[in-house]
Design a protein around this ligand. Structure first.
Ligand SMILES: [Zn+2]
Length: 371
């Protein structure tokens, strides 16, 4: 997810959100702290707790073999990546040999340059689509990192001073905590964003790439379009662990530019792996298919509704307005008002547009050539 866009979400979130569920835990000192869990011997995930905290940070996963370490999504900011590297060094003296990028969004890869400095022989893996985006104007949103954070801090300070959000609504305790995090985190996020570099892949593929690292076999696979047209999953067949990047995001999905029918098929392909553990791009580790099943049901149901409405002769605009997500909202949010806000901002609103765009025969995201 883009930081600039994320700041826009934050503005919207600030305008409407309330509720305390996601704020219930004590905030970590800064937002670039992974919480590590060993999923199987030598297989680790570093999850940034409180998924919606600004900026969102993709989960980092790494696999230690008797020859080296293979990383999938090494970090969305340099400090996050350095903390993953520190963890790697605390569990093994083997070098990182490969860092794979799940997809082009910066919260999964803008931080990975420190791996090149720490491990000079490291190879960087991505889908060829991701490589094309990295060499296009599309990736230049990185430039907004240098100013966006401090501009948004100033906006939020204005809300705190006035006690009202952008819409003039009084701030709830949840707003205040969310905004306080943004104000307190701004310096470290801004400072670290100055160190961000695009790290180009050195190995690209279209369908499947297997890395044999000593005693481990690590498979990278493109299983279909979803969050982008080039998301790759990491599959560990011996351990039956899959890391999905943002094809799966918990507890509410990111559905920007997601084509619903293809998304459903891609998710079914993930379930067909028969995994024991699924590491989402953000949010809690899953240990069964319940959440992916819900995503499949949701994607199919919304696409079915669209098709029925269009068959009735409605215009895209009228059909969009009639799409009804109410059967699913509670199932994703549990009725929590804070999560409901994110369901609106990350799932409902963008999906409403994407399901129609998917019929247009144009790329969901256009790759704009560098000038
Ligand atoms: Zn992400």
């Amino acid at each position: 997810m883009k930081q600039k866009i994320n700041n826009i979400y934050a503005v919207i979130i600030g305008a409407f959100c309330c509720g305390l569920a996601v704020f219930s835990g004590a905030a970590t000192a800064d937002p670039l702290v992974p919480t590590f869990e060993e999923l199987a011997p030598g297989v680790w995930a570093g999850v940034r707790e409180d998924n919606p905290r600004n900026p969102v940070m993709g989960t980092a996963t790494f696999v230690v073999s008797n020859k080296g370490v293979v990383v999938y999504d090494g970090g969305g900011m340099p400090l996050y990546a350095e903390r993953v590297i520190e963890k790697i060094r605390s569990v093994t003296n083997k070098p990182v040999t490969h860092v794979a990028i799940s997809h082009w969004h910066g919260d999964h890869n803008f931080g990975i340059h420190p791996y090149l400095e720490a491990f000079p022989n490291v190879q960087v893996i991505s889908h060829s689509f991701t490589h094309r985006v990295f060499n296009s104007k599309r990736i230049r949103y990185i430039d907004g990192y240098s100013t966006g954070t401090m501009e948004y801090k100033a906006t939020v300070e204005g809300y705190m001073e006035s006690g009202k959000d952008r819409e003039g609504n009084p701030l709830t305790p949840a707003h205040r905590k969310y905004y306080n995090n943004i104000i307190n985190d701004a310096d470290i996020v801004h400072g670290d964003s100055q160190r961000v570099k695009i790290t180009q892949p050195t190995i690209t593929f279209d369908d499947k790439l297997t890395i044999v690292s000593g005693n481990r076999s690590i498979e990278f696979m493109y299983l279909g379009d979803a969050n982008t047209a080039g998301d790759i999953v990491m599959w560990l067949p011996q351990e039956k662990i899959v890391a999905t990047g943002d094809i799966v995001v918990v507890p509410v999905p990111y559905l920007f530019n997601v084509p619903p029918r293809k998304f459903s098929v891609t998710l079914q392909n993930i379930n067909a792996l028969d995994y024991d553990i699924l590491v989402p791009g953000h949010g809690k580790i899953q240990r069964d298919t319940t959440y992916v099943d819900l995503l499949i049901e949701f994607a199919d149901a919304v696409a079915d509704q669209r098709d029925v409405l269009l068959a009735q002769g409605l215009s895209d605009e009228d059909a969009q307005a009639k799409l009804d997500f109410s059967a699913f909202e509670e199932r994703f949010t549990g009725g929590d008002p804070y999560l409901t806000f994110f369901f609106n901002a990350w799932s409902k609103r963008p999906f409403r547009a994407a399901v129609f765009k998917a019929l247009k025969g144009i790329p969901m995201v256009e790759i704009i050539a560098e000038e």
